[in-house]
Ligand binder design. Structure first.
Ligand code: TRP
Length: 364
């Protein structure tokens, strides 16, 4: 029997999810969930990881668990097809992390590029919390506890997956083949790898106020696109415009499909022609923004409506999460059991060990 194909991924609950999350991973997860190509799908809310840099603000994390769960359901993650759960409710992950810590050096963690950038971004330089510093190890526990083969995430998570793979190889080398090496699954479209904020800045982030949220109202979305960063030198309609670094076109790269032209902009056959016209001059920003707005509303409206429905029964969402935690916990416990056996710390069900020790002390 070939090994099972298992998807696992998650998000930190530090805010509502935005369209960067959506094109970076969420949209893909839903497709994978529905593709029938995978034996299991695990999606989780990484509250324990969120606490590694929000230790003084647990309320923020607590409030956002449900927001993320609602965003998941709104996007089409389906608890009858995917196990949706909360990280902190799976204590087995802590135990796995504890053993994996012995397989990773401090200098290896210091070289993790994502950790490095995050330390700078948070001004942690001289006071890095140990839990934060070691979160790549805990993330390896998240992944391996569920024997994930496929981890759909954004580009910034690449060093995390690489570190998890190293831990798996080291564990298997020392203790025998036990853990499964995961593969990263990145978005196949360059614009989706790192969707810029509406201000054109490299990354969408709540603190920069440059996000379009999945739960934004139609008006909010329209307003945000209207004030979106374009080419600052494209002053008159007739001026030639730049596509590179032009947020409106980057978003079109991420969201536009051929049928959108028939529906909303039949004068153009495709995106390449639209871009060419903009570059030649004679195409105004407002026209392109209107087109993008129509596309975004079409994509976001069903998500927004589904969210509204789910918001009507919040206790049911917690109940769904609780069930997900039960399923996830059983799976993680199973893996932990195998890990303990491999490490031979399963003293009480190791008859061979007990017999051997008893012989030794009898002097046989
Ligand atoms: N680090 C991820 C993020 O910030 C969240 C995460 C935690 C995760 N554990 C994971 C993603 C395991 C994939 C697999 O978005």
């Amino acid at each position: 029997m070939g090994k099972e194909k298992i998807i696992l991924t998650g998000d930190r609950p530090t805010g509502r999810l935005h369209i960067g999350h959506y094109v970076g991973s969420l949209r893909r997860r839903v497709e994978l969930q529905n593709s029938g190509l995978f034996d299991k799908t695990f999606i989780f809310i990484a509250d324990a990881q969120a606490l590694t840099d929000n230790m003084d603000n647990p309320e923020k994390v607590r409030q956002n668990v449900i927001e993320v769960a609602l965003d998941y359901l709104a996007c089409g993650l389906d608890p009858t097809k995917s196990t949706i759960f909360i990280q902190s409710q799976i204590p087995e992950l802590c135990e796995l992390s504890f053993y994996y810590m012995n397989l990773v050096t401090v200098s290896r963690l210091q070289r993790n590029p994502t950790v490095k950038t995050e330390i700078q971004m948070r001004n942690f330089e001289t006071s890095i919390p140990v839990g934060f510093f070691t979160y790549p190890i805990s993330q390896a526990a998240d992944i391996t506890a569920f024997k994930a083969t496929t981890v759909p995430v954004g580009e910034d998570q690449e060093p995390m997956i690489e570190q998890a793979r190293e831990i798996v190889r080291r564990f298997n080398h020392i203790y025998g083949e036990t853990l499964v090496e995961p593969e990263i699954l990145l978005p196949d479209n360059a614009a989706c790898l790192r969707l810029p904020g509406t201000d054109g800045k490299a990354k969408m982030s709540k603190s920069l106020g440059n996000c379009i949220y999945l739960s934004d109202t139609a008006d909010e979305v329209t307003k945000k696109i209207k004030s979106m960063y374009t080419d600052p030198n494209h002053l008159r309609v007739d001026d030639p415009g730049q596509i590179e670094g032009n947020t409106v076109f980057t978003y079109l790269d991420a969201f536009c499909r051929p049928e959108h032209f028939e529906r909303y902009l039949p004068d153009y056959p495709n995106l390449a022609e639209l871009k060419a016209h903009y570059q030649r001059g004679g195409l105004g920003d407002m026209k392109v923004k209107k087109f993008l707005t129509a596309i975004m509303q079409e994509e976001l409206e069903p998500i927004r409506n589904r969210r509204k429905e789910f918001e009507k029964d919040i206790p049911a969402i917690y109940e769904m999460l609780k069930k997900g935690c039960d399923v996830a916990r059983a799976q993680a416990a199973n893996t932990l059991d195998e890990v303990r056996r491999a490490m031979k710390i399963n003293y009480f069900d190791d008859a061979e060990l007990i017999a051997e020790q008893s012989k030794k002390f009898k002097g046989e």
